[in-house]
Design a protein around this ligand. Sequence first.
Ligand code: MTE
Ligand code: MOS
Length: 836
Amino acid sequence: MRKLIDLPSQESEKTLDKNEQKTRPAKVKSPVKSKGQTGQNMKHESAEKHVTGKAVYVDDMPEYPNQLHIAVGGSAHAHAKIKSIDLTSVRETLGVVDVITVHDVPGHVDIGPVFSGDPVLVEELCEYIGQPIFAVAADTMEIAKAAVAKAKIEYDVLEPTLTVEKALEDKFFVRPTHQLVRGDAAKALAEAPNRIQGQQHVNGQEHFYLEGQVCSVLPTEDGGMKVYSSTQHPTEVQKLVAEVLDISLNKVQVEIRRMGGGFGGKETQAAPLACIAAIVANKTGRPVKYRMSRTDDMVMTGKRHPFFNTYDVAFDEQGIMMGSNIMVAGNCGNSPDLSDAIVDRAMFHSDNAYYLNNTKVVGHRCKTHTTSNTAYRGFGGPQGVILGELMMDDIARHLGEDPLTIRKRNLYGIKHDHIKVEHGEKKGQVDERNQTHYGQIVENNVLPELIEELETTSEYWKRREEIKQFNANSPFLKKGLSLTPVKFGISFTVQFLNQAGALVHVYTDGSIHLNHGGTEMGQGLFLKVAQVVAEEFQVDLDTIQVSATNTEKVPNTSPTAASSGTDLNGMAARDACLRIKAGMVKFAAEHYGAQEDDISFDNNHLVIAKKLDSKKGEDLSIEEQRVPFADFVQQAYMGRVPLSSTGFYKTPKIHYDRASGQGRPFYYYANGASVSEVLVDTLTGESRLVRTDILHDVGRSLNPAIDKGQIEGAFIQGMGWLTTEELKWNDQGRLLTSGPATYKIPAVGDTPFEFNVNLLEDKPNREETIYRSKAVGEPPFMLGISVWSAIRDAIASLADYKYGAQMDTPATPECVLRSVQATKEHARKAAQEQKA
Ligand code: MTE
Ligand code: MOS
């Protein structure tokens, strides 16, 4: 007999798939659907609270009467040894209650998240400007800040390393160099008819979350800590607070209702604040709040890694890559933090969407005496992808072809009659140019189709001609156009992180309480997971209350990162719902004298559809009874049915052997493409984004409104990274752009005049993700690369599109002008050569 609901075994994807088919088209459907289930456009669960100021962030929480406030004193030098510290006048400041140094740490001093290298407070060796040395606890933050300035610290100043080049030269690394190799790159490079080299400096990026780093800590009666932390990773905050205090994990509770943005910057960077606050709270027995000022936040906490990338690529007459030597060198700052995984992701993504053929990809983790760089939307992926796109543009210029033509020829899965298959002939499985350099097969590749559709809807070729005309008649203002795709791997590349838990309660009035391990940072995770629960019980979305992420409700969580928040927590929540439903259905069948098969959930009701006279699969008539969900829950409660459950999920199929650089690190790929048109003033170097068309693949969308918001926001953030957001350090390693006056994030006026954002239709994820959706948080960030490429395109028009001058990022006016000069110089030389 076909049962309506099976508990999914964690291993069996087949079961999940069957369940999905069962729950989706409900057997008995009323014309009215309950409100807010998956697939519907629903606004963010806190949208109104966000705009009316009612949303509570950590700094908005009521303060305790005896609460202390923290300010931290940091190193004045990028590289120095502390000779002596005199904190007497700091301590004597009126209103200062306590001052702590490393000697006040009861437990672990090193709070490195994966590898050691991050002392919570420095004892002797300072490795970046602003590195915390001591913390002041005072009655107000102002007093604490003023007191910090009174410290007398003497240093032995040492020579700092501040550039990737210097670190490469000295082999000064935070982690060993790693490489991915396929075939014989050297041979291919030597033999191919065409070969070019290029390089780029890709600058970092400040997260600029609207809410800065903050935490509030309260000592408990059991010698533990209750921690409110604006963090993407409550479990890690819990663990590190426990370690610095030398207490067990069960004594520390971490809670976060929402962040005012994280963007990766609160994956590891929130923990140091919580640790410092907890040490003070432990020592003084008083509640402690630590909120960083914007300047401290920008100077002291990690950012996106700047990268220095080089390539040497060989290609045939059609521009199809035959071999390549690729180097990506991340500027990791002073400690490993997450840099191993971040540079790995840059290495995985240096192909972007293109078949690299014979290749050697080398990834360096350079150490510099700057703040330790960290996760930022894309997690190294963008810094790899932009190298792939640089190669495409440069190959096109070399051959005098349109870059889009070259991109399409190099896409995964595109076969060429004149190229014989060379790699991957293992066990009879022939590589048809669809295997990555790390061994993962690019399955269900939607990009060729997606690009073709976008090419048509954006009228790429028509506009290409118009732009050429415009440029021919416009001496100084030049237009540029570029289409760039994205292929982004979804999953944590560290396998064990790909797991999640959830907790669902159904109360006797039919209202539902949902909790899971994911954190809300504006991306709409809480809403999407609530929609999943609404879908499972077929109830209105407003039946479901989501509560703050809390380590006491769902333990041992992974960070909300790698775009996998919905994939993981959505599935875990669904698992919890299925468990509760299984009990409900069993009870309903007994209670109403029906078969389990006859029970379903529909439009806020439990439906019993009894087959009255059934002979061997022939249903003659059906008697239908509908019980309001709340009434049924009350019955189930009286019938002593469990109405609460945990849920769990782990991602199937993934495996990766880092030593051999082979495996399937990603469950699937998310894809998209964008076409950007820019206008560049070649006299001033200013540029302006005129129009962007995006087609992005989110599988079967759980919430198209939220997904489009993510795509638009990510694109603009990517554009900001590559155009206006410039991090500048002086030759002492001091960050000069430490506030919004000098660091320019995109404003509303920077959005393109025409912005067409669409979701790829009718392409459910072929993998069995939550309702066949695809992750959306990070992938569209890389769509911003089309803006950078379009600016280069406009500049290339100065040399008849035959030269691709180096253009580092961000493409500030200065940077654009340098590229303009180089291009004009090239054109002048070429003209001279032609005359001669
Ligand atoms: N969207 C908003 N509004 N705010 C954020 O901080 N972070 C991004 C992305 N979208 C972010 C955001 C990053 S870096 C990631 S990894 C994902 O959201 C995390 O959430 P998800 O896994 O639920 O998509
Ligand atoms: Mo996102 S960089 O994975 O937090």
